[in-house]
Design a protein. Sequence first.
Length: 224
Amino acid sequence: MNLEHELSALKLAWPETPELRLELGVRRRRRSRRPLLVAVALLLAALAAAFAVPQSRGAILRFFHLRGVTIEVVDTLPPAQERPLGAYLGEAATLAQAKQALGGHPLRVPPVEPLPALHVAQGAVSLLFADRGQPVLLSEIGYSDPGILKKAIGSSTSIVGLTVEGGQGVWISGSEHVVMFPGAPPRLAGNVLLWQAHGLTLRLEGRGLTRARAVELATLLRGR
């Protein structure tokens, strides 16, 4: 599926272009910025409209280059059960083993002591910690790994593109979606922030997690 073709195929109802009247005394630099601002506004509107089309969202997610993660938009979710966030995370691992699984990249951890238990499953490193009394799951994948973390989302699930720590990411919320971790049975997932930074693809999940809090937690992670 070609993203450029999908965006160009979208039928957007744009308002008529208003008549522009430039007054004397308006600075030239201010006028020169208007085409850029208009172009940015049109691009954001086009992306927002495209995210509303299930067939387009898969292409846009590929456009964001979330390596190590495969996300598929489906009409019907595959069979899955609701399980605790700490279930099927893989074998217990030391910090050195976790870093080795990430290709030598430093592990990103929340500012909590002691360090939560680490788990490794086929290249994915996960840890569970409490934030404001609620469990939050942090998973990390090295860039060099294939799509080992798989997601299936329905047409009613909300997907928002955003920038986190200077990298591209998506916020998935609303209706439950299905996540498939390596070596684990499919399970229903809650709100999720996915992003790329520090040579890793990172994932934060929590049923009570808001987008603002998820982004804030992402900025609080530190390398170990």
